[in-house]
Write a protein that binds this ligand. Structure first.
Ligand code: UD1
Length: 344
C-alpha cells in the first residue's frame, strides 16, 4: 500500500476511453495527470470528470509526439509512477487515406514516451492496444496466444508495431515494465452521462450511429452485410462497457506498481460474449423503448466476420471481469446521446 497517492499520467486522457479511465483512477485514489492535444476531444470533458469525481485532474494541452513539450511536462511534474498511453488516432478508414498521420501520432508518440520514461524515472507503462491485432482469428473465443495476423489497415498496423516497440524496449531496458491491453469493442458511457463518446462528425462505429439514428439524426442505420457465416448473417463482436474497460486499467496500473514483472504482459479485455449487429440494434430498441430504422447494405471493406474474447487471463491475473450487462451499457449509450442533444 502507498502512503501518498501515486501519480499516474494519462495521455489522451480527454478522449473516450481515456476520460472514463481518468474517472476510475481518481476514484481509486490515484493522483491523475492528463496530457492531450484535443485533436479528437473537447476540453469540456474535464468538467464532466470533475462533476463525477469532485476533482479536476492536472491537464496540459500537449501533443505526445512533441519530445520537448513532454520532457518539460515530466520535469515539472516529477515523480510520475506510471503512464497509460491512449493518445492515438483510431479511425480505420482514415488511416488508409492518411497513413503517415497514423504512424506519426501512434508510433512516434509511443517512441517519444519510451525515450523519456527512463530519463524521468517513470518505470511503468500501460498500452492501449486492440483485438484488431488478431485479424479474423482461427479459433473463437480468441485468447492471448492466438497468432498476430497481417494488419488490414495502417491503424491496425500501428497497434502491432507499437506492441513490438514495447517488447523490444523492455527487453533492452528491464527497468521498464509494461502491460498491453487488447480491447474488444468499447461502448456506452459513464452511468451519470457526464462523460461519453463525443461524436466527431458522422460516427464510423456502430453504437454511436445507432444512438444518433434513434435520436432522429439519421434516417436509417446501414447494416453492413447480412450474408456472413453467422446465425443471423451479420457480424459478431464483443461489446464491452467502457467503465468496465476503465477499471481494468486501474488493476493493470496496480499490478505494475506492486509486482516485479519481467516481460510485457498481454491481456484481452472483453466480456467473453459475442453479439451480432442485429442483436445489438434490437436490444438497443427494447431497453430504451425507441425505434432504430435500419437497412441492409453491402459488406464494409476490411470488416472481420466474427470475433469475441476469451478474457479468462485478465480474470485470473488481474482479478478483473466485465460486470455490466449489455442492457445497462446500451441504456448508458442512449442516456449519453440524450445529454448530447440537450447541450446543443
Ligand atoms: C474497428 C476496428 C477496431 C478499432 C475500432 C475503433 C477492425 C477490424 N476493427 O472496430 O480495431 O479499435 O474500429 O474505431 O478494424 N456496423 C454497421 N453499420 C455501421 C457501423 C458499423 O453495420 O454504421 C457494423 C460493422 O460492420 C461491424 C460492427 O458494426 O460488424 C462494429 O463496427 P465498429 O463499431 O465500426 O467496430 P469494429 O469495426 O469492430
Amino acid at each position: 500500500m502507498f502512503t501518498s497517492s501515486p501519480k499516474v499520467l494519462v495521455t489522451g486522457g480527454t478522449g473516450y476511453i481515456g476520460s472514463h479511465t481518468v474517472v476510475a483512477l481518481m476514484e481509486a485514489g490515484f493522483d491523475v495527470y492528463v496530457v492531450d492535444n484535443l485533436s479528437n476531444s473537447n476540453i469540456e470533458v474535464l468538467n464532466g470528470i470533475e462533476q463525477i469525481t469532485g476533482k479536476r485532474p492536472v491537464f496540459e494541452n500537449i501533443d505526445c509526439t512533441d519530445y520537448v513539450a513532454m520532457d518539460k511536462f515530466l520535469t515539472k511534474h516529477e515523480g510520475i509512477k506510471a503512464v497509460i498511453h491512449f493518445a492515438a488516432s483510431k479511425a480505420v478508414g482514415e488511416s488508409v487515406e492518411l497513413p503517415l498521420k497514423y504512424y506519426r501520432n501512434n508510433v512516434v508518440s509511443l517512441v517519444t514516451l519510451l525515450e523519456l520514461m527512463p530519463i524521468h524515472k517513470v518505470e511503468n507503462l500501460v498500452f492501449s492496444s486492440s483485438c484488431t491485432v488478431y485479424g479474423q482469428p482461427d479459433v473463437l473465443p480468441v485468447d492471448e496466444k492466438a497468432p498476430i495476423k497481417k494488419a488490414l489497415s495502417p491503424y491496425g498496423n500501428t497497434k502491432q508495431i507499437c506492441e513490438e516497440v514495447i517488447v523490444d524496449t523492455v527487453h533492452a531496458n528491464p527497468a521498464i515494465k509494461s502491460i498491453l491491453l487488447r480491447y474488444f469493442n468499447p461502448i456506452g458511457a459513464h452511468s451519470s452521462a457526464a462523460i461519453g463518446e463525443l461524436p466527431n462528425g458522422v460516427p464510423n462505429n456502430l453504437v454511436p450511429f445507432v444512438a444518433q439514428t434513434a435520436a432522429g439524426l439519421h434516417k436509417k442505420i446501414k447494416v453492413f452485410g447480412n450474408d456472413y457465416n453467422t446465425p443471423d448473417g451479420t457480424c459478431i463482436r464483443d461489446y464491452i462497457n467502457v467503465m468496465d474497460l476503465a477499471y481494468a486499467h486501474v488493476t493493470a496500473v496496480e499490478r505494475l506498481l506492486n509486482k516485479d514483472i519481467q516481460e510485457p504482459e498481454v491481456y484481452n479485455l472483453g466480456t467473453g460474449k459475442g453479439l451480432s449487429v442485429m442483436e445489438l440494434i434490437k436490444t438497443f430498441e427494447v431497453v430504451n423503448g425507441v425505434k432504430v430504422p435500419y437497412e441492409i447494405v453491402g459488406r464494409r471493406e476490411g470488416d472481420i466476420e466474427q470475433v469475441w474474447a476469451n478474457p479468462s487471463l485478465a480474470q485470473k491475473v488481474l482479478k478483473w471481469k466485465a460486470k455490466a450487462t449489455i442492457e445497462e451499457t446500451l441504456e448508458s449509450a442512449w442516456k449519453w446521446q440524450q445529454r448530447c442533444m440537450e447541450r446543443k
